[in-house]
Design a protein around this ligand. Sequence first.
Ligand code: HEM
Length: 519
Amino acid sequence: MTISGIVRFVAQHATRSNKLKLFFTLLALLTYKYRSHAIGTRRRPDLKEPKGTVPFFGHMILMASMPSTDLYDYFERTYRELGPVWSISLPGIGRMIQGDTPEMLEHVLKTNFWAYHKGPHFTGSMGDAFGKGILSADGESWKFQRKLATHLFNVNAFREYTSEVFNKEAQKVLDYLSKAADSGSVVDFHAIMHAFTLDVFGSVSFGESFGCLENIDGSVPFADAVGDLLGICSLRLVDPLWKVREAVTSVGKKARELKFVMRERIRTIVERRRREGLGDKKDILQLLLEATDDDGNPLTEEYLVDIILTFTIAGRDTMAQSVAWMMFSMLRNETDPSVMEKLVREVDEVLGGSLPTYETHKKQKYAEACFFETLRMYPPLPRNFKTCVQDDILPDGTKIYAGEMFTWSSYVMGRSEQLWGPDVKEFKPDRWLGREKASSLSKFSSFHLGPRTCVGQGFAVLEALTIVGLVLQNFELKLVEPGKVPEYGLGTTLAMRYGLPVRVTHRVRGDASATAVEA
Ligand code: HEM
């Protein structure tokens, strides 16, 4: 009998004298029904589950009591204990089936792509940040935006333009580091990269930066609003009662204010461009203003703002954090110093003291390998999920019903000995050299797989190689705490909670070994 059936039965048969008895009977029945899983979810005795489930609440108490900074390590431990396929259930969110194998990812993200959507849990939680932008879109709206984005990233003029922007914004980073080197002060490389990637995106989107690099130690309202709103939205993903919580606290009001700040900034820029005319600019805004929907109508103002904001968010934290983790990975005590030595030598040989270009990037094979090795160990999106919209069977025979979620972790898979071999814990860029393209490896999902693979992947690699190349060409960096892994931040991306403090000194070019040895 279903819950509503039981409740109907009790309501029909309740009299003044038996009310209490029926209530306890109902409670006992429900407790029995939901003894091992969350209310509103299907019982799945066929699936392995981690210990800690409570009647009605499933794994909610376990998850809520876990510091979010430990979440990914918990997933890794669970993978080792239970294997790659296991499940949890959460009231108000649903059942999540974790499947950390390349075959599972191939199936869900490629072969049966159509059966898995972003789903209401994602769009509801992240809607304030992404609106109807590509990251929360499904179906026709996704197809339309994907076509636009693919076109944009493949236009040669756009590629050349982005190379110029990278160099221009990177110069501001170099100026900042130069002052730090002169004064001997410690700087937060993680914060610098957040300022860099947001300014890059402003310039690439509409030809003007957000001014973050001029204000690294201060505050930029747009940048603060992006960071704070993403923080609020990420919390919603793990809190089934977020609507109530936000209604009774000041968080709901705060979210609305932050959303307003973000959207107003973009709206002002769009209005100004419309007033000034399009000209022959090569930025994202130009493409969007020229684009029409399937009926030949220009995109509405709201849709345009959604698309730009989504792109900005997609390209900021992921980029900033991956470059910060790359620097950490190369400078930490555990990494063989020859890694940095080789990288600096390549930078010197390829760039020879000049600015990177689209062509020089193609020769930075070792730098690219270092970047991919970083993304293996520290994927900016460590965990992801899709909602199943049509009953399906996963490659190992596990059933997944419509409404249940398929979850996977690039973090766990990137650290799996079965998938990467016994040296999985070592930072070894060489494992990427002479290999097939990273995007064809299903065990590497840091850029996603299949039709929804990160559309900005090429852009991301160029941006990373530019900034890392220019920084290492000019400076030696040393971690303040080379023996300690930075604590993970809260949120959906793999931030460093307390940043990445580094000391900077000017580099005498041609001295590649000094960087590695001293680091
Ligand atoms: C190291 C940096 C980056 C990583 C690791 C990364 C990773 C990802 C991942 C995992 C997804 C799939 C998200 C999902 O659907 O659940 C994605 C999608 C996307 N990324 Fe990136 N990304 C990076 C940089 C960028 C940059 C710089 C841009 C923009 C220039 C960008 C634009 C996008 C867009 C537009 C999508 C949506 C694609 C779609 O749904 O079809 N990303 N990215």
